[in-house]
Design a binder for this molecule. Structure first.
Ligand code: BTN
Length: 243
């Protein structure tokens, strides 16, 4: 691995995007102690205070067509759930596609971005943000009821370096399994950790359309399948989910 570490950075994701454009090798990790303009999904910002979280972006270069890229969001979520369990003992849950929650509160966000050439992936930038040792009291007001941290839940602080190591290890194992045997194992693991499957949910897509239906599962591309009241199956590529 090639590791780029900075005490303070606007966004590890932006930095990793630039490095990937400049040809950075697969496995490059960009890590920071603080982000001053951390980015979330759908143009949102990501609260990334100094010293309490894991803010990192990983560059990978799988030889796959772009329609398979969403699989890596799910692979990443599975890797983080496994690593969190290993280091903290906490069983957490995945909310499609990329939020990781503990008892209904989010403490991990995953942002996967793509660099493509025609129909092929050139690089995937996997951004992972984890609230590790933050105190809820220090969260901005609008996050206090919906977000949490590992320390707040477990009542003890955790070694961020150990968690990073476990995440990278789990990621590498799953990546190998993906390359050797395909998406099957990851899909199974993901579905075993997912909260919304088998439930009625609302999916609000970026253009504001809302689809209501039964979350049936994911397909082999990592796309969410929703069955509406008329029995029609909708493929959800990107949306916010409400339960
Ligand atoms: C989400 O909206 O849930 C995704 C949040 C992703 C945050 C991480 S922190 C490391 C990386 N750098 C960023 O600016 N964003 C991602």
């Amino acid at each position: 691995h090639h590791l780029v570490y900075q005490d303070e950075i606007p966004s590890t994701q932006k930095k990793a995007q630039h490095l990937a454009e400049d040809g950075a090798e697969e496995g490059t990790v960009v890590l920071a102690d603080e982000q001053t303009s951390g980015r979330g999904r759908l143009g949102r910002s990501w609260h990334s205070p100094k010293g309490t979280g894991i803010w990192m972006s990983l560059i990978i270069r799988p030889d796959i067509p772009i329609h398979k890229a969403p699989q890596f969001t799910l692979l990443t979520a599975v890797a983080v759930v496994k690593a969190v369990k290993h280091v903290t003992g906490l069983d957490c849950e995945i909310k499609w596609p990329n939020d990781i929650l503990y008892k209904g509160k989010k403490f991990v966000g995953i942002l996967t971005e793509l660099q493509a050439e025609a129909a092929d992936v050139k690089a995937i930038i996997v951004g992972i943000g984890i609230n590790v040792n933050a105190a809820i009291d220090d969260f901005p007001e609008e996050l206090k009821d919906i977000a949490t941290s590992l320390r707040a839940e477990a009542g003890t602080a955790f070694d961020r370096a150990e968690l990073i190591q476990e995440i990278l290890k789990a990621f590498e194992d799953l990546y190998k399994s993906y390359m050797d045997e395909g998406f099957g194992l990851i899909k199974l693991l993901w579905e075993s950790y997912a909260i919304s499957l088998g439930r009625q949910i609302y999916a609000r897509t970026a253009n504001g359309t809302v689809v209501q239906g039964l979350a049936q599962g994911i397909n082999d591309e990592g796309v969410l399948l929703l069955k509406d009241k008329d029995g029609k199956i909708h493929k959800i590529y990107s949306a916010d989910i409400e339960i």
